[in-house]
Design a protein around this ligand. Structure first.
Ligand SMILES: *[C@@H]1O[C@H](CO)[C@@H](O)[C@H](O)[C@H]1NC(C)=O
Length: 551
């Protein structure tokens, strides 16, 4: 009997090990595990040290140039250093790692890294550690390795390496820094420079901020959309004026100046963000969430790769969301009530609206929110309701997406703000607007159409029984790298101010250019929610003349 139990236990153990290995293998290649698990997986190399680094350049016209290093020994960082823009060349950074406990005598640990033409040891004084020497690698890369067994305990040992592109690259991650000059690649003219960034020592865990209604009952959210930040400074499109501070307009610096100014003036409690821009939020200790736009995976990094970086940034509240539903970044965050309460006062839903149609023949144009996302949203909102009822005031829900919903085309509805261009909503309606209303969400905000900046009221019921149900807003385009035009458009962003005492939401926009009083102005300020419910326009608002729509 005892033997049978032991035998069964052993079999079970073997089966479990085989299954785990299979799962890890599958996950390494196809990412089958939920993204949140990846932080704990071996890719992140806890307890691993870097023992060597090199760059491999390959040419597709030279049949003798081999493009892979032994995958058992070397790990490739999956970003082409030419960004896929060189005709016949590719180049990748390769890293060799070892488990700390497997280090043998004579193994060397990478303690420092530099990029440049000159041997960095020329600049060092004589009394540096004799165990540590600079060695040259291709493309101007230099590594300094130590033979000391305990070197890896040091806070200086390099524990992670990554590549950033563009001469204005910024490193936002805690504990990381960019090293040296750009990599010296052959024939790379016209391609943004690639920079190495490293993390030293054991990473500090970055605590997630807990957003909360302020003591005065207020909470302010800035929705920044269509930043169109590029790799490099970028070129301005349709800019007003077309020069900036007496010089040629460069898109990214001007965009970042604009949002920095408004953030400093409005002092929001939450932002939407990505990378270069995350710095601005981190420096000011403002939590931020990200949603993907349709352009966000047209470059070298996939959405899930970007999301795993964004998730790990300080003050970031973004999450990849459940792996089994479509898209990356379907998640929600809770804004807690004022004081020390554990109750949620406000819930924000973020959904991935993808990019181009998945059925171009039948529904050309943009993709739609998938039925499994709508189901996830309904399930989640329903399951949170009992907890939300515990809040002493009226709990409210908001949603943020990138591509507008088909109902934004509602010409019969009331709207405030500018409707300057055709609404590029998906042609297929997957019913997300109805789901939002069913779940009592009071406002949804999108981006995508840069020069539309209205908030439109969607109602339920007919004639006399007609009741305001959902505000559908646009953030307006903020980035100088994206189109604007249409007879002149000042870049802008949208602010939402929540007053939890009154369960009221007020919204307005801020613009980039104009006279000082225009710069300071709350453009098209309006109350969209009061007492926890969507409210219709005032009589003055309804009577005001509007232009559009440009159909
Ligand atoms: C909201 O309510 C709290 C508690 O009653 C109070 O301290 C705060 O001043 C109120 N805020 C506003 C804007 O009325």
């Amino acid at each position: 009997m005892a033997r049978r139990i032991v035998r069964t236990a052993v079999k079970l153990l073997i089966a479990t090990i085989v299954f785990s290995i299979a799962l890890l293998f599958l996950d390494r290649n196809y990412r089958v595990l939920p993204p949140s698990l990846h932080a704990y997986m071996p890719q992140h190399h806890h307890g691993h040290v870097v023992t060597d680094i090199t760059v491999l350049q390959c040419s597709s016209v030279n049949p003798f140039s081999s493009c892979v290093l032994d995958p058992d020994v070397w790990q490739r960082i999956d970003k082409d250093l030419y960004l896929g823009k060189a005709w016949v060349s590719t180049a990748y950074l390769y890293v060799r790692r070892k488990k700390e406990e497997d280090l043998a005598d004579g193994d060397r640990v990478v303690m420092d890294l530099s990029v440049g033409r000159l041997d960095p040891s020329a600049n060092e004084n004589a009394n540096t550690d004799p165990d540590e020497k600079w060695e040259s690698r291709p493309c101007g890369l230099w590594i300094k390795r130590s033979t000391s067994k305990f070197a890896s305990d040091s806070d200086n040992a390099i524990t992670a390496i990554d590549v950033l592109f563009g001469d204005d690259s910024v490193e936002a991650r805690e504990g990381w820094s960019i090293v040296g000059t750009r990599l010296l690649l052959e024939s790379s003219s016209g391609i943004p420079g690639s920079y190495l960034t490293v993390r030293r020592g054991v990473p500090n865990a970055v605590p997630k901020p807990v957003p909360r209604i302020k003591d005065n009952g207020k909470f302010k959210i800035i929705h920044i959309s269509d930043l169109h930040l590029s790799t490099g400074v970028g070129a301005c499109r349709d800019a007003i004026p077309d020069s900036y501070q007496g010089r040629k307009c460069e898109a990214d610096p001007r965009t970042l100046d604009f949002i920095t100014r408004v953030i400093d003036e409005e002092k929001p409690d939450l932002l939407t963000a990505i990378f270069k821009y995350a710095q601005i939020a981190i420096k000011r200790k403002i939590p931020y969430v990200s949603i993907f736009g349709n352009h966000d995976d047209e470059q070298t990094l996939s959405r899930s790769a970007q999301m795993s970086i964004i998730e790990s940034l300080p003050y970031s509240l973004s999450a990849a969301g459940p792996a089994e539903i479509d898209g990356v970044g379907n998640y929600y965050i809770e804004i807690l009530a004022r004081g020390h309460s554990d109750h949620s006062a406000l819930t924000l839903y973020m959904l991935d609206t993808h990019a181009y149609s998945s059925n171009e023949k039948k529904y050309p144009g943009y993709d739609w929110i998938k039925p499994n996302q709508v189901d996830w949203f309904k399930r989640t909102a329903t399951s949170l309701k009992p907890a939300h009822k515990e809040y002493t005031h009226i709990h409210m829900d908001l949603a943020f997406i990138h591509i507008p919903l088909p109902e934004y085309i509602g010409v019969r509805n009331y709207w405030k703000g500018a409707w300057r261009e055709y609404v590029t909503a998906p042609q297929y309606n997957s019913g997300f607007r109805d789901a939002l209303i069913e779940q009592g969400i009071v406002m949804v905000s999108c981006g995508h159409d840069h020069v539309n900046d209205y908030c439109m009221l969607s109602s339920e019921g007919e004639d006399d029984a007609k009741k305001p149900a959902l505000w559908m807003c646009y953030a307006g385009g903020s980035g100088f790298g994206g189109y604007a035009g249409y007879g002149g458009f000042n870049r802008r962003l949208r602010v939402f101010e929540v007053d939890a005492n009154l369960s009221r939401i007020t919204t307005w926009k801020r613009v980039e250019f104009g006279e000082p009083e225009e710069l300071a102005k709350r453009v098209d300020e309006q109350v969209i929610v009061d007492g926890g419910r969507a409210v219709g326009p005032t009589m003055e608002e309804e009577a005001a003349e509007k232009e559009g729509p440009p159909l």
